[in-house]
Design a protein around this ligand. Structure first.
Ligand code: URA
Length: 191
C-alpha cells in the first residue's frame, strides 16, 4: 500500500487507467489538510475543478464553503475534500462504472492514510460507492452509518441540488442540509 498522500497523488497525476486521462486538463486530487477529523467525498470534478486542479471551486463549491462557514468549519483547516473520481468526465456526465473502478484504489488509499473520524458522502455517486444498497439520498441523508476505519459516515445532499432548490422553508432541501450540518458539527465536537 501507499506510505503517504504525496505518493498517492503522484501516482494519480500520472494515471492512465481510464479514458478520462485523455480529456482531463488536470487531475483533481484533494484540498484541505491531511490530519483533519472530517473528510467530504464528492462526485467528480467539473469544469472549474478541472481547470484549477482543486475540488469544489465552482458555484456548488462556493455554496459548500458557505454552509461549512455557518457552523464555523473552515475548508482550509478543518476539512479534507476529495472526489470519488479524480478526473472530469466530459460535459460533466455521470462517471462510468469502469472509471469509478479504475479510480477506487486512490480513494481507498486516501482514506487508509487519513483515517478520518467523520466522512460526509456528498451526492449520489459517492452514495453508490459507499452504500450501494441505498438508492436515494433523500431517504438516508442526515443518518449516521458505520464507515471505513471506524469512522462515522453521513450522506448529505450535493450542493448542486441545493442550487436548484432555492426554498429555505421547513422541510426543503436547504433546511434539511442545515439540520444535517449542525448534527455534523455536534458529532465533530464530541469526538
Ligand atoms: N461536484 C463534485 O461532486 N465535486 C467537485 O469537485 C465539484 C463539483
Amino acid at each position: 500500500m501507499y506510505e503517504n498522500l504525496e505518493l498517492i497523488k503522484q501516482k494519480c497525476l500520472n494515471c492512465t487507467k481510464c479514458n478520462l486521462c485523455k480529456t482531463r486538463t488536470n487531475v483533481v486530487f484533494s484540498s484541505g489538510i491531511a490530519n483533519s477529523k472530517l473528510v467530504l467525498i464528492g462526485e467528480a470534478p467539473g469544469y472549474w475543478e478541472d481547470i484549477k486542479a482543486e475540488p469544489f471551486v465552482g458555484r456548488a463549491g462556493q455554496l459548500l464553503d458557505k454552509i461549512f462557514e455557518c457552523v464555523d468549519f473552515s475548508r482550509k483547516k478543518d476539512i479534507y475534500i476529495c472526489n470519488t473520481i479524480k478526473c472530469r468526465p466530459p460535459n460533466n456526465r455521470d462517471p462510468l462504472d469502469e472509471e469509478k473502478e479504475a479510480c477506487r484504489e486512490f480513494l481507498d488509499a486516501q482514506l487508509e492514510i487519513l483515517k478520518p473520524k467523520i466522512i460526509l458522502i456528498c451526492g449520489k455517486v459517492a452514495l453508490k460507492t459507499f452504500l450501494p444498497n441505498e438508492k436515494s439520498i433523500t431517504r438516508v441523508r442526515g443518518k449516521w452509518f458505520d464507515g471505513p476505519y471506524n469512522s462515522k459516515m453521513m450522506p448529505i445532499f450535493h450542493p448542486s441540488y441545493l442550487l436548484r432548490n432555492d426554498s429555505r422553508q421547513k422541510g426543503s432541501p436547504k433546511w434539511l442540509m442545515w439540520q444535517d450540518i449542525k448534527e455534523v458539527r455536534r458529532m465533530y465536537d464530541s469526538l
